[in-house]
Design a protein around this ligand. Sequence first.
Ligand SMILES: Nc1nc2c(c(=O)[nH]1)N[C@H]1C(S)=C(S)[C@@H](COP(=O)(O)O)O[C@H]1N2
Ligand SMILES: [Mo]
Length: 154
Amino acid sequence: MTRPSLPSPILIEAESAAVVDRSTFDALPTSTRRIEVVCNGGDRFEARWIGVSLPALLEVAAVPERTTHVLVESADGYRVCVDVPTAFDAMIAVGRDGRPLTDADGYESRFVGEDVPGPRAVRDVRRIETVSLAPGDRPDSYEDLQLAPDGADE
Ligand SMILES: Nc1nc2c(c(=O)[nH]1)N[C@H]1C(S)=C(S)[C@@H](COP(=O)(O)O)O[C@H]1N2
Ligand SMILES: [Mo]
């Protein structure tokens, strides 16, 4: 497919703050990966996702060395917190199975990764922040999964 773009900008807050708009996004290398999204209820589907890897996207604002976790937030305030190994293996997808996500699923982007569980596969990503948690700090206290449509997660 022709490469889908990013309709709405994503704010990156890392070492600096940067807005990844359509033209910034289009200048980053794409990745295409087969990733299965597994929801808590047992539903699972595998798809071929196209987008930009999270490390490439974060590098636009430079990643502080002390980073332990990454927060990914949606247009509707849904927010997840994942550790660095999980985040750095993930991507912001804008297409699925040969179609832009806007056509395929009715949202603009999605956070997907091998180790990102379904409930943390944020749709319509608008903000990504690197954070440095202290030992004993609970990653889930940074999350807001309230909008989960099935209400059955966590
Ligand atoms: N922005 C946003 N992303 C979200 C959610 C949400 O409520 N808002 N729900 C999550 C939950 S709980 C699940 S199980 C999956 C559902 O993915 P699906 O819509 O592809 O089935 O999306 C996740 N991503
Ligand atoms: Mo869910």
